[in-house]
Design a protein around this ligand. Structure first.
Ligand code: AMP
Length: 219
């Protein structure tokens, strides 16, 4: 399989974001030739011979785009805040996969003013947030199932993505403070923006129009 070619490559985030990305891309005139959701492939040709898609974990999308292995990417703002946006332009808020990055704790938990233990995947964001609040927080990095940490007394507080709040409620927890509003963003490699200016600005324009259509369709 030859993927080292001149095609413009867009890196997509798999999972929940992908389900909302594909209709948006289709409205922008880019559609995979194969059903991405059911395929085990990672690289997909599209109806546009000059554009291909790759499907990655969200945390890997900025890396592919930063190194120029992909020209553009679609990724959650949570990941951009956590990793920093060096080498990337962020020209467009796609308005999809909206959620909030929040602190949360067991229902009724109150800080006693002493150091608190905070479990999160987002250690950089969390360190900055508690430093700004002047709160001493000991950070514990976890990779998943954050809601378990307070139940098992591993941590007092978690910092996690909240959408409906159902996951927190199901585990006896409640959201406390919002750290950031999150949605998916379009990112572009800075060098590619110069070397492939016409192709990239066309896609940004098509996606901008598609985002506008969805905004108008929302009641
Ligand atoms: P919820 O129960 O609806 O509040 O969803 C919470 C869980 O779903 C979180 O622990 C996240 O892992 C995941 N989640 C919800 N929305 C998103 C999103 N837009 N991007 C990434 N993960 C999400």
């Amino acid at each position: 399989m030859d993927t080292m070619n001149d095609k413009l490559t867009i890196a997509l985030t798999k999972g929940r974001i992908l389900q909302e990305t594909l209709p948006l891309l289709a409205r922008a005139g880019i559609a995979s030739l194969e059903d991405i959701s059911t395929s085990r492939k990672l690289v997909f040709a599209t109806n546009r011979p000059d554009v291909q898609l790759v499907v990655l974990r969200g945390t890997d999308v900025p890396t592919y785009v930063r190194y120029g292995a992909a020209d553009m990417g679609i990724v959650g703002k949570d990941i951009l805040l956590e990793q920093g946006a060096d080498g990337l332009y962020e020209p467009l808020d796609l308005g999809i996969a909206r959620c909030r990055l929040m602190t949360a704790a067991r229902v009724g938990w109150k800080s006693n003013g002493a150091r608190i233990r905070v479990a999160t995947k987002f250690v950089n964001i969390t360190r900055d947030y508690f430093a700004q609040q002047g709160i001493h927080a000991d950070l514990i990095k976890l990779y998943g199932a954050l809601e378990l940490a307070p139940i098992m007394h591993l941590a007092d507080v978690i910092v996690d993505i909240v959408d409906t709040g159902n996951t927190l409620r199901a585990n006896g927890m409640e959201p406390l403070e919002q750290i950031a509003a999150i949605s998916s963003r379009l990112v572009v490699n800075k060098a590619a923006m110069r070397s492939r200016y016409a192709a990239i600005t066309r896609i940004i324009a098509d996606l901008t129009a598609a985002v506008g259509e969805s905004a108008n369709a929302t009641p």
